[in-house]
Design a protein around this ligand. Structure first.
Ligand code: HDE
Length: 716
């Protein structure tokens, strides 16, 4: 027990050590970078008060020079990111599978820093772009830093790292005019996709609502590649890593995503920040799919192929621990921007496989940090520093922080008694898994990588009708933005291999025919293109559906951290505000009182009610559900505010729950109210009447009422 206490206080100390930033000065004098106190920070030094500035003004020169150099190159991919600190704790010892120290002891908290990102957009691009999200976790373990650098989609577009620059060039803004920003809906991306059948599985995910998450806190994460766990006996087990959010996995609608991008391009960043700031810490369980080495070839796909997942129907996910993010960064640049992740940062007990995509990544990440962070000492930047002690003979280089003492910087040496010593395996020394390799050097792809459609089909079939409809709409939007009909047709040809129904519906929306295979292959396909890749061979005919691939298959109920808008105006009845607010907040939801402007208003009882935000400065798309308290005077006032009416119409269009104590007033001014089947209001997510908080809470717990989409008559 004593030991446990000691360990926990050590962890707390380590967590604080990670926060090595100097506090912003309080009660301190303003100084130059050399520590000289500054007497005037308002005026530069001039020859007379109307004279020229003097070059000798070292205060001005230092300030401007530093400012001129304040930017570093943004990440070539994943430039737009948001991050938080927290900790990870394993549920039970994983000793049977791995010797990794941080996966042994359930009482031990390992500090983490987690960065979420979009891939294609620049650093200042919108959070709600249709895109893959990065999900990178740096574990500061006692045995060194371990980085799990994954995505919110379990597969990747390509099988071999050599195609990565092509993929990214195709999706980034087009080189002649740098349009469009943070969007895949353009010619070059779909041209590339149309010629890369291996991308089809990931494309299905990218066109699903996974690519427009409601919140970074409501996303799954995946390690994507197959990794290897290694135990003390040196026995290896293949592993796929999963992060499962305790708040469930949810998306928004595409119409909403586009509007949020205008209303609040920082929507995800703000949401993560506010949740942590409010003490509502996001949590994920770490899951593993474990596959014994002897089963390597038992699947109909190759475990080394990153365009394939291991269906949870075949290999269940075992939850082994929990990550809690409980502290916002102190300084965006120093932490979120300067953090350097690397899939090659592993610790004893975790190892790579020969996945050719992973192997290529191992080179790229160091290379990119050298450029981005300016040299080989980026591991000394506070956010990147391991808590495990670092001793080696690496020296010098740009921005070296450590002052290494002593005469020796080589090994073997006798002048320093041979120090630092190599660690034996029993002392925690890293040893690579001794995988047997006996092969010819070739530039080839394994036959076992050649089925590009089976899992894309499995994904599509595993979706609910609503999700399938969203995928069809997404393809129709994206391909509708493509100006080259041959590209549209080639993609339709590929979609036809995934699902005839999908291809036909997208084709109908585009007004283009689905090509027969012969036509498809004749359209501008390069001479070295291998048509064999088009041969669909169903890998798992028995596995028709995998419910885990759908976001909507699970019931949902938790309304914690959901944002609920109360539409209020002068004369609102206080009790109907306070009772509902209390009920929602008891369940962890966040209530925002909206009003005509951001001052206080008088309730019907003459009390004053603080307005959190005016209709003018916000939008329905940034809320999860809507409530209109009672009060005839308030309803009359709201009925005269077009934005309030628009709010509700849009909320209805986006399938969000709406509760109102009375229908006379604001509700019957809306476009949707007159067309509603008043007998089935609850099924449609409309809660009408007094004291209906529990019904409203249930409705919010359902996230959305998708049936409304079938009508599609709201001009909002
Ligand atoms: Fe990355 N990737 N990637 N990637 N990646 C980068 O490294 C790269 C891949 C992922 O929050 C870069 O530090 C290559 C797969 C995330 O800072 C760069 C290949 C997966 C992040 C790079 C891949 C990822 C990156 C750019 C093909 C999911 C953001 C900046 C072989 C498993 C990390 C940087 C953060 C970042 C290269 C493929 C995820 C250029 C060459 C597959 C989450 O090094």
């Amino acid at each position: 027990m004593k030991n446990e206490k000691k360990k926990n206080s050590e962890v707390n100390k380590k967590l604080q050590d990670l926060d090595r930033n100097r506090e912003d000065a309080q009660d301190q004098y303003l100084t130059t970078n050399q520590g000289v106190r500054i007497n005037d920070n308002q005026n530069s030094l001039k020859a007379g008060d109307r004279g020229a500035s003097l070059l000798e003004d070292f205060i001005l020169r230092e300030k401007i020079t530093h400012f001129d150099h304040e930017r570093i190159p943004e990440r070539i991919v994943h430039a737009r990111g948001s991050a938080a600190h927290g900790y990870f704790q394993v549920y039970e010892s994983m000793e049977k599978f791995t010797k990794a120290g941080f996966l042994q002891d359930p009482t031990r908290k390992t500090p983490v820093f987690t960065r979420f990102s979009t891939v294609a957009g620049f650093k200042g691009s919108t959070d709600l772009a249709r895109d893959v999200r990065g999900f990178s976790v740096k574990f500061y373990t006692d045995e060194g830093n371990y980085d799990l650098v994954g995505n919110n989609i379990p597969v990747f577009f390509i099988q071999d790292a050599i195609k990565f620059p092509d993929l990214i060039h195709a999706v980034k803004p087009e080189p002649h005019n740098e349009i469009p920003q943070a969007a895949s809906a353009h010619d070059t991306f779909w041209d590339f996709v149309s010629l890369m059948p291996e991308s089809m599985h990931m494309i299905m995910w990218a066109m699903s609502d996974r690519a427009i998450p409601r919140s970074l806190r409501m996303m799954e994460g995946f390690g994507v590649h197959t990794f290897r766990l290694v135990n003390k006996e040196g026995q290896g087990t293949f592993v796929k890593f999963h992060w499962k959010p305790l708040l469930g996995t949810h998306g928004v609608t595409w119409d909403e995503a586009q509007k949020i991008s205008g209303n609040d391009p920082d929507f995800h960043r703000r949401d993560l920040w506010n949740a942590i700031d409010n003490g509502q810490f996001p949590e994920w369980e770490l899951g593993v799919q474990l596959i014994p080495e002897e089963d390597e070839h038992k699947f109909d796909f190759d475990l080394l192929d990153a365009t394939k997942l291991v269906p949870e129907e075949l290999v269940p996910v075992k939850k082994i621990g929990k990550m809690v993010l409980n502290r916002n960064p102190n300084n965006f640049f120093a932490e979120t921007e300067q953090v350097a992740f690397h899939p090659g940062h592993i610790v004893p007990g975790i190892d790579f496989t020969n996945d050719p995509l992973l192997q290529g990544r191992l080179f790229s990440y160091t290379d990119t940090q050298l450029k981005r962070l300016g040299g080989p000492n980026f591991h000394e930047i506070p956010i990147n520093r391991p808590i495990a002690p670092v001793h080696n003979n690496q020296r010098d280089g740009h921005m070296r922080q450590e002052i290494n003492k002593g005469q020796t910087s080589y090994q073997p040496n006798s002048l320093r008694g041979g120090c630092p010593f190599q660690a034996k395996i029993e002392e925690g020394g890293f040893d690579s898994y001794p995988e047997k390799i006996d092969a010819k050097k070739v530039r080839e792809r394994s036959e076992s990588f050649k089925d590009h459609f089976s899992q894309a089909t499995l994904f599509f079939k595993s979706q609910t009708d609503v999700e399938q409809r969203h995928i069809i709409d997404a393809f129709s939007f994206e391909l509708g933005k493509v100006g080259v009909s041959e590209v549209q047709e080639r993609v339709l040809g590929l979609l036809n291999e995934v699902s005839g129904d999908l291809a036909n519906k997208v084709a109908a929306n585009l007004g283009v025919n689905v090509p027969r295979r012969k036509e498809q292959l004749n359209h501008g396909v390069p001479a070295d293109f291998d048509p064999k890749r088009y041969e669909p061979s169903k890998s798992n005919p028995s596995l028709e559906k995998d419910p885990a691939l759908s976001m909507m298959h699970k019931g949902f109920g938790n309304i914690a951290t959901r944002k609920i808008a109360f539409l209020c105006a002068e004369g609102v009845e206080d009790a109907s505000v306070q009772e509902m607010k209390k009920a929602l907040e008891n369940k962890g939801a966040m209530v925002k009182i909206l009003g005509p402007n951001s001052t206080e208003i008088k309730t019907a009882e003459g009390k004053s009610l603080k307005i959190d935000e005016a209709f003018r400065t916000t939008a329905s798309v940034v809320f999860d559900a809507f409530y209109i308290p009672s009060g005839n005077k308030a309803h009359k006032a709201l009925s005269n505010i077009p934005k309030a009416i628009h709010f509700l119409n849009e909320a209805y269009k986006h399938c969000k729950p709406i509760a109102s104590v009375q229908d006379k007033g604001l509700l019957d001014q809306t476009y949707f109210w007159k067309n509603l089947d008043k007998k089935n209001l609850i099924e449609d997510g409309i809660i009408l009447g007094k004291d209906k908080s529990s019904e409203f809470i249930k409705a919010i717990g359902k996230h959305r009422f998708w049936k409304r989409e079938e009508k599609d008559y709201i001009p909002a």
